[in-house]
Design a protein. Structure first.
Length: 74
């Protein structure tokens, strides 16, 4: 049965935001897409990187903010 799942992603404290986003764009994609169950089951994979400047501005404006570094959708 087809469906869609979204996962909020938070980096660990031992990596900088810049290095997290570089890793998530680069080597993580190759590792994730190399997993057999992913190859068999995932039709589409999208990443949404959080722009901290925009998030901070929205928070200052009173919007509720989810403290994550990205969202994965598949």
């Amino acid at each position: 049965m087809p469906g869609c799942m979204k996962i909020a992603v938070e980096k660990t404290s031992c990596i900088s935001k810049d290095n997290f986003h570089k890793y998530w764009i680069g080597s993580h994609v190759l590792s994730f897409l190399g997993i057999p169950i992913v190859q068999q089951s995932i039709i589409k994979y999208k990443r949404f990187h959080i722009d901290t400047r925009v998030r901070d501005e929205l928070e200052r404006s009173g919007f509720p903010i989810l403290e994550v570094d990205g969202i994965a959708e598949f």
